[in-house]
Structure formats: structure tokens, C-alpha cells
Ligand binder design. Structure first.
Ligand code: FE2
Length: 221
């Protein structure tokens, strides 16, 4: 499997541009809006990890990794994360949460709407093992610990060709299909198969929310 730095070949480019299966790599947050290009099915924002925070996350016991599932206005994300700040948290926690807040704002600007669904998941199983498309118009996935999301041009239920992996700390934008996915071509993806390998991943997932309950921030204890 190729790292996403291995750009699609010209032949593949031609094929994917006709089927909405294009993959673009960008290096700046300002380029995230390119995902709205009709030919693209995915976009990766390549960026380096904060090495200190990456090492800190790697050394944490899986039970100590932060997790969160909420539907929330973007503006409330800092407060939600601050409420979960461990007493002994240091620089690394601040880097991680600032990054999540930054991605929430960037994604909110892309999709509009008043609320986002935010999941910060600790994953130890294969999660979504089959290649698929999500039933949301757009999803952001950023792996902070462990192996990144696998993806590529293809059809649901089949292995894509070629296959790429989004590097950790490099957000992956995936276009989905809000209705019935069927057998239509696009960029399919899956969680990497890690079950039984002793690996623990920490993954941020952001989705737009079309009909939030405006009177409650769900999932807040
Ligand atoms: Fe998915």
C-alpha cells in the first residue's frame, strides 16, 4: 500500500477525473476547500505531527486516551475539551486540543451549518473493516495515534486500486453519499485492520449535522 505521497499516475488521474474518484494532496489549510471540486472524492492535508505530542500519545495507556462523542456548535468545542482536561495534563494536551479545535473550525467553514458531530474515538478493533462510503456529504478523519485510514478509488465492498493510507496527523476529507450508496464508484475507505495486533488508535471524526437539536449539546455529561 502506498502512502498518499505517491501521487496517482496520469492514467489514473484521467480515469478518476471522469468518475469523481480523484485524490488531491494539499499542504495548507487554505486549500481544504478544493474538496468541493466535482472531480474529487478525497483530499489529504499533509502536515507533520507535533513530535512531542505524538510521543506522549504513544506512551499513554489506552485507558488514559481521551474520547468524546458529541453533537455541538463549533464554538463549544474548546469548552467541551477543557472540561476533559486531566489534572496532570501538560503541553501535549494543549497541543492536541488546540489542533482538534482548529480542525473543527476549518471543517465547520467547509460544511456550514450550526453544529458538527465530533467523535474522538479510541479504537482497538477493525472498526469499519470493509471498504465503504459514508452516508454523510463530507467527513474529516484525522488519526492522532496508530495507523491511518486506508482509502482509494473503487466501489463499496471491494478493495480499491490503488490503495493509499492517510498518514497520522494528516487530516483526510472524504466525500460520502447521504442516500443509498449502492454500487456507485467513488473513494472508498476503511479503518485499518488492527484487531489482535495490540494496536490502539486515536481517531478524530467530524461530520456535518443537518438537523441538530438546537436546544441541547448532546453527549455532554
Ligand atoms: Fe467510514
Amino acid at each position: 500500500m502506498s502512502d498518499v505521497d505517491a501521487r496517482p499516475s496520469p492514467v489514473l488521474e484521467e480515469k478518476v477525473l471522469r468518475t469523481g474518484q480523484g485524490v488531491r494532496v494539499v499542504w495548507r489549510a487554505e486549500e481544504l476547500s478544493r474538496i468541493h471540486g466535482i472531480d474529487l472524492g478525497a483530499l489529504v492535508w499533509r502536515r507533520p505531527a507535533d513530535e512531542g505530542t505524538r510521543r506522549w500519545l504513544e506512551t499513554l495507556d489506552p485507558d488514559a486516551l481521551p474520547s468524546l462523542r458529541v453533537i455541538t456548535p463549533v464554538e463549544a468545542v474548546p469548552r467541551l475539551l477543557a472540561a476533559r482536561r486531566p489534572g496532570n495534563a501538560g503541553y501535549e494536551w494543549d497541543v492536541l486540543t488546540r489542533d482538534i479545535i482548529r480542525l473543527a473550525h476549518a471543517f465547520g467553514d467547509l460544511v456550514g451549518g450550526s453544529h458538527l458531530r465530533l467523535r474522538l474515538d479510541v479504537v482497538t478493533t477493525n472498526a469499519c473493516r470493509r471498504y465503504h462510503m459514508d452516508r454523510v456529504p463530507l467527513r474529516l478523519v484525522c488519526t492522532y495515534r496508530g495507523t491511518g485510514t486506508q482509502f482509494g478509488p473503487g466501489r463499496p465492498g471491494r478493495d480499491p486500486d490503488p490503495r493509499f493510507m492517510a498518514p497520522p496527523w494528516s487530516p483526510l476529507l472524504l466525500r460520502g453519499i447521504p442516500g443509498e450508496v449502492g454500487d456507485c464508484p467513488g473513494i472508498v475507505h476503511r479503518s485499518p485492520p488492527i484487531e489482535g495486533m495490540g494496536e490502539t488508535r486515536l481517531v478524530l471524526v467530524l461530520d456535518p449535522v443537518s438537523c441538530p437539536d438546537a436546544h441541547a449539546v448532546k453527549g455532554v455529561p
